[in-house]
Design a protein around this ligand. Sequence first.
Ligand SMILES: N[C@@H](CCC(=O)N[C@@H](CSS)C(=O)NCC(=O)O)C(=O)O
Length: 255
Amino acid sequence: MAMKVRDPLLFRQLFDRESYTYTYLLADLRFEDKPAVLIDPVDTQVQRDLKLINELGVHLLYGMNTHVHADHVTGTGLLKRELSTVQSVISKASGAKADIHLEPYEKIYFGNFYLEARPTPGHTAGCLTYVLYDSKPSNGTATATPQEPRMAFTGDALLIRGCGRTDFQQGNAEVLYESVHKHIFTLPDDTLLYPAHDYHGRSVTTVEEEKKWNPRLSKSKEEFLSIMKELKMDYPKLIDFALPRNMRCGVPDEQ
Ligand SMILES: N[C@@H](CCC(=O)N[C@@H](CSS)C(=O)NCC(=O)O)C(=O)O
């Protein structure tokens, strides 16, 4: 049943202090059962997420992964075990096992909202950016033309004033640069951008800010390639543990 509410979007940003990972809960409050999605949950925070889901009375439909993470295990496997109706989601290009494999530009609906899966490879081959749209904005009339996006969840493709590394998991700096410029920087300037990680206490940015101030992606492609070549980072501590599990969307054992 449709309900009248001031802002139909329920939005929560959650943080894991071990892996510096952001998880996002979104729900449509226009519907009595509050259909919801959870983007990039972390396995060690699933009890926190379930508690919140229960307290807010939302109905979780999908556990969404922006990509196969290398630094932590996704929570989508444990969520499926706790809430049997939840479906795990990831890109087809990731090669990972999941309930739903998204092709580029496919949509995932929760109530009247939907997430469009924009392909943003480069950090990994299967990275997606999920762009949030409202198919029935406030006047209540569904239109044939696409609505203005409100926010986008960039995974590790674009980090606030940074970007995902490109030195493993089919990483490719040139591909990443093209992805961000084609699929993120073309969103309206005031679109809010929410990354999968932040290591400096920042929580949100906009397209306009990143086009202007991102010290890597605001540069020419040649400069970007040289910056990425010079990055000297240790491999994530959990990579050997996390990758095989995330290739089955966090399902604990082969089932
Ligand atoms: N020290 C952490 C891993 C940090 C790291 O490599 N972060 C990734 C995203 S998770 S694979 C990254 O792309 N960082 C880019 C940057 O510029 O920070 C650990 O050991 O887990």
